[in-house]
Design a protein around this ligand. Structure first.
Ligand SMILES: Nc1ncnc2c1ncn2[C@@H]1O[C@H](COP(=O)(O)OP(=O)(O)OP(=O)(O)O)[C@@H](O)[C@H]1O
Ligand SMILES: [Mg+2]
Length: 242
């Protein structure tokens, strides 16, 4: 089967001349369809850069990336359609309502009659009563919920969540994970970054550890947890990779 995501020897250097920063070095990773994969690492390790490269927003300096077999560089539109990304930063247009935002996003993918699915997403994310509210009138956690719904409007086979639960209350965490687990059960591949290791521990079948732009370890969660907690493993793996 075609892998959901494939990174081949990917490198990323930001900047030029004397001021350069190597954000990713020789990252190779294959995530199979149907996996729930966690990408873990300290601040600045390169997680968001990897996601930026997958979504075509960041150009790799080296290597290549495919999403559902589509090359991000040479088959951009197909690769983007296969992917839904919940970004780490809150970005939104304050002048639209929640429903308008989701309809516009659907329009980008040529989906004109998408309200049934939009309603299902709004319901699952506890946003139905805010459907007609302007984006600027939402709290921070609610805006994040809309970003999740926005990433899902076209039912992408690969769903990427970049710290989706930062600043989100317990109720939404629970409903968000229930919804994402349901989608994973239906065959969607999930890639998650989080600093809440218990989320990765409970949800993910595999974890990858990034340190200073290098993917230093990829392991099955179950075999990792047989000998230690994920937090202990995280500390040990990052210390050993020093
Ligand atoms: N546009 C940019 N220009 C220059 N440097 C950048 C840019 N984006 C990221 N970096 C640098 O690349 C490195 C990796 O950043 P990245 O955002 O990928 O980390 P991260 O693992 O997502 O961290 P966090 O957990 O804080 O979100 C950092 O040193 C960061 O400062
Ligand atoms: Mg990040």
């Amino acid at each position: 089967m075609t892998p959901a995501v494939s990174f081949q020897a990917v490198g990323k250097v930001y900047g030029s001349g004397a001021k350069t920063l190597s954000a990713l070095t020789d990252v190779s990773l294959t995530i199979e369809q149907g996996e729930f994969f966690a990408l873990l690492g300290p601040n600045g390790a390169g997680k968001t850069t990897m996601i930026g490269i997958m979504s075509g927003l960041v150009r790799p300096t080296q290597g290549s990336v495919q999403v559902m077999g589509f090359d991000v560089q040479s088959q951009g539109p197909e690769a983007r359609r296969a992917l839904g990304v919940v970004p780490q930063e809150l970005v939104f247009d304050p002048f639209f309502t929640v429903r308008e935002t989701l309809r516009i996003q659907s329009g980008f993918f040529g989906l004109s009659k998408n309200d049934d699915w939009i309603d299902e997403c709004l319901t699952a994310l506890g946003l139905l009563d805010k459907a007609n509210a302007n984006m600027r009138a939402l709290s921070g956690g609610m805006k994040r919920r809309v970003l999740v719904a926005q990433a899902l409007v076209h039912r992408p086979p690969v769903i990427v969540l970049d710290e989706p639960t930062a600043g989100v209350d317990i109720d939404l965490r629970e409903s968000l994970w229930r919804f994402i687990q349901k989608l994973n059960g239906q065959g969607h591949t999930i890639l998650l970054t989080t600093h809440y290791l218990e989320e990765a521990e409970q949800l993910c079948n595999r974890v990858g550890f990034l340190k200073k732009g290098r993917l230093v370890s990829v392991q099955d969660t179950s075999s990792l947890l047989a000998s230690s907690s994920l937090e202990q493993a995280f500390r040990r793996i990052l210390a050993e990779a020093a």
